[in-house]
Design a protein around this ligand. Sequence first.
Ligand code: FEO
Length: 398
Amino acid sequence: MFKITDRVDYVGKIDWQLRTFHGEQLTTNRGSSYNSYLIKDKKNVLIDTVWDPFSKEFIDNLEKAIGLKNIDYVIALHAEPDHSGALPYLMELIPDVPVYCTANGIKSLKGYYHKDWNFVPVKTGDVLDLGDSKITFVEATMLHWPDQLMAYFDKDEILFSSDAFGQHFATEFMYDDAKKIDMSELLFEAIKYYANIVAPYSSRVTQKLEEIKGFNLPVKIVAPSHGVMWRENPNLILEKYAKWADSYKEDQITIIYDTMYGSTRRMAECIAEGIRAVTPETTVKLFHFATADNSDVITEAFRSKAILVGSPTYNSGILSSIAALLEELKGMRLSGKKAAAFGSYGWAPISTKVIAKMLSDANFELMDPDNVKASWNPTEEAIKECVEFGKKFAEFAK
Ligand code: FEO
């Protein structure tokens, strides 16, 4: 626990050990935190809890920090178990305390815990009076679940933003202060979080940022549910989200492939050579998806203006790692990005057709039908063709 302001304490949990999230779906190489906040006024409010494994520690700390009987209200900004995990244990101890959340939050919490707590549904503009201060609620539907809610604490001008603006980033110093933390690490974790969790809902992000701006509320601290609070420069993350939500791209081409005996890898390297020959200023990155950190590769794809995806033909289709990549890219609903397919084959040149179709379904603009194929181990001629294909792709991606 630590003090954020005279009225607000941090009562969450920093999880240094976490290495995967959403089961095994997302890597969290720098750990995470489950942020929970306690606001003290004439009425005391707890915002969110922590993930189930830390429930006992959380409740013991809360007892020391305020005494459970002194909690007047609970706000559940989000029902996902990383934030609501300790709620069933807490509500056993304070069963009559009202739980403020959205109508969808009630559905999700009941769906998870099968309990009928003293729910109070709230909507955008609803206010909770704490005595000398107040909390105003702002719905944040589909950022990234239907139930999501934000809460603005007027006295200290803090926006409790739930998952939005968060990062899976464990650190002892929980603020965006460049003197105390590595800002490049923080911003990488923030964009990784956006790419892997928030990107499918980018149009909602744009709407929500406009809505928040329209309220004309001063924001001194943006306090998300994971990672550091944005206090030194709260506008930085708001500006980043505005850019990331708007068909974001850097001058980068990412080449993602899988390979069995190195033929498709060789093709990837020759395509990269072709790109570098035409646009040496463009950052080109290659990833062997089967062994790379998949969540980091998704982040690189999100940053790119264009991607190339390669697989050898395998069982009349493609290797399963590349199928998984394409399925994930489809779910991200990206816009404004270009792509092409490549791959080797033995006796049936199928993989590039499969990849091109999946890229098209994932909303990429294709350089179709100019996908490049090579049979067996690429010949000198096939190598030259890959370099030329890379040159053509660099022009296409400009
Ligand atoms: Fe951090 Fe959507 O839970």
